[in-house]
Design a protein around this ligand. Structure first.
Ligand code: FAD
Length: 505
């Protein structure tokens, strides 16, 4: 991560400065703008909404409470993100938690178990965490977990990439992983990593995360930002860009990518809502995949590079905030709920400095999976906020049986709630889709792609978004000194056959 940053800085002054318009002010667009500025170019970041951050955006309600698009956790295994914090000199804003993983006990409502990582180097710390946990897995199950993961440890990334054709469940059954481990470990992991169940999630996603957690001493350690992301992370990036002659504009909605008329298919300018025309030397899209697909100009839509995107789409996610009238069980960590409707959650009144409240809890929870998918007819994303909160409260009665419940005379009462629905969030990492993720370099001479869904090794995550933005900046900055980047080859069948139907999540 650091080496790429240095490489980009070293390009500053080597070529005539270009004006580069970056569409989208999420983490990827802002990171792209930041690294373009470091390389000596003028970045103009356009964000459609009146707040920066996209999927990490947040805003205050009438009471001054922060509403977040998503509960966000940083991992030690996020090298580009950590490097960015250090470059912006804001490392002190990360609140690192004790190195452990906390799971609710399925059979023992109200009880939790933790995997404690001692301060030993990887992979010993993870081995110790698994061996020392007595409550979740039996000694036999612990032994059975090892062999299915051996090929990953021996063959590394090539084995991991090849598993994209299998779902987590298919992989586990093929390699003889006990059913209980799928239930206990892989369901929560799948729901936390991509908000879908393991029979839908590509095994590559889980193995990628596990590989980093096994090989990096602090890889699975978690941190919370000390406050809302627009102020605490996006603002320093914006200031960095502006201090180097760039711009970050809010309320700038790109409606059309207009091409040159001379058959080159290069971009001539962008048309913004309201009619403004914006011309630049280079253009970068850091839009979510579903939005970008709608903006693809007709002349590009038959090109295999862009047609492959028909196979990618975002997944629906719901983020819930619940404010209680008292403090619940005090857990200063991310918790895997292991309940059917919920993924991970945290008591933000304990975990996050800005949201701190010593008297009353605020739980932030990710509701997943929430689309109508095979085997489940409930399309939660279409339900009302009241129905979603009611269903969540029922799940919480199991997680906090002595503290939450209508029939408990001294039970905690809900003061208020807020539900944020993202109908198309991170791209659906269902089996067989990884090969359709495009490179940042495109076949268009003055157009580059960014966004967490583009090809990079960190999946759809904050780290993936930052890395993709940085790689897009590299394509543009090195292009300015005459170095071309390879456009990822599109799978052969795309060249001949119509694209497959979308996954329909
Ligand atoms: P986005 O954040 O989607 O940014 C795209 C931007 O483009 C948006 O700001 C949007 O408003 C803007 N835009 C759209 N249309 C236009 C237009 N026409 N003109 C101009 N701008 C436009 N990741 C983790 O690493 N850890 C976590 O714990 C985690 N938890 C998550 C929880 C939830 C509920 C969700 C939804 C996501 C979570 N993620 C997590 C994933 C992470 O948030 C994303 O991977 C990352 O923020 C994506 O950044 P991005 O810049 O690629 O896309």
């Amino acid at each position: 991560a650091k080496a790429l940053s240095e490489k980009l800085k070293a390009l500053n002054g080597q070529a005539k400065a270009k004006t580069v318009v970056v569409i989208g002010g999420g983490l990827s667009g802002l990171a792209c703008g930041k690294y373009l500025s470091d390389a000596g170019h003028k970045a103009v970041v356009l964000e459609a909404r009146d707040v920066l951050g996209g999927k990490v955006s947040a805003w205050q309600d009438e009471d001054g409470d922060w509403i977040e698009t998503g509960l966000h956790i940083f991992f030690g295994a996020y090298p580009n993100m950590m490097n960015l914090f250090s470059e912006l000199e804001i490392e002190d804003r990360l609140q690192w938690k004790r190195h452990q993983m906390t799971f609710a006990m399925q059979e023992l409502p109200g009880e939790f178990t933790t995997f404690e990582f001692p301060g030993w180097p990887a992979p010993l710390n993870m081995a110790a965490a698994i061996l020392l946990n007595q409550r979740m897995l039996s000694p036999v199950e612990k032994l059975q977990t090892g062999p299915p993961l051996l090929p990953m440890l021996i063959e590394g990334q090539s084995f991991i990439d090849a598993q994209d054709e299998s779902s987590v469940t298919e992989f586990c059954r093929k390699y003889g992983m006990p059913e209980r481990i799928i239930e206990e470990v892989f369901i929560p992991m799948a729901k936390a990593l991509d908000f879908i169940d393991p029979d839908k999630l590509s095994m590559t996603v889980v193995l990628t995360a596990m590989n980093r957690f096994i090989n990096e001493t602090d890889g699975s350690q978690t941190a919370f930002l000390d406050g809302n992301q627009p102020d605490r992370l996006c603002k320093p990036m914006k200031e960095h860009i502006e201090a180097r002659g760039g711009e970050v504009r809010l309320g700038a909605i790109v409606e059309e990518i207009v091409l040159e008329t001379n058959e080159t298919t290069a971009v001539r300018h962008l048309r913004l809502r309201g009619g403004e025309i914006l011309q630049a030397d280079e253009y970068v899209s850091a839009l979510p995949v579903d939005v970008f697909k709608r903006l693809i100009p007709a002349a590009w839509s038959t090109m295999p590079f862009f047609r492959q995107l028909d196979n990618l789409e975002g997944i629906p996610v719901i983020n819930i905030h619940l404010w209680f009238d008292r403090k619940l069980k005090n857990i200063d960590a991310l918790c895997f709920s292991r309940s059917p409707l919920l993924s991970v959650y945290a008591d933000m009144s304990t975990c996050c400095k800005e949201y701190h409240d010593s008297e009353r809890s605020m739980l932030e929870l990710v509701f997943a999976p929430c689309a109508a998918i095979a085997g489940s007819s409930v399309n939660w994303i279409a339900k009302s906020d009241e129905e979603i909160v009611e269903a969540t409260m029922k799940e919480l009665e199991r997680l906090f049986p002595t503290e939450i419940g209508e029939n408990l005379p001294d039970g905690a009462r809900l003061r208020k709630s807020r539900v944020v629905k993202v109908p198309r969030s991170v791209y659906a990492a269902v089996p067989g889709r990884n090969k359709f993720r495009p490179s940042q370099a495109t076949p268009i001479s003055n157009f580059t792609l960014a966004g967490d869904w583009t090809s990079q090794k960190f999946l759809g995550s904050m780290e993936g978004a930052v890395l993709a933005g940085k790689l897009a900046a590299q394509v543009v900055a090195e292009g300015a000194i005459g170095k071309a980047h390879q456009v990822k080859t599109v799978p052969d069948f795309i060249q001949e056959e119509p694209a497959k139907a979308p996954v329909g999540l």
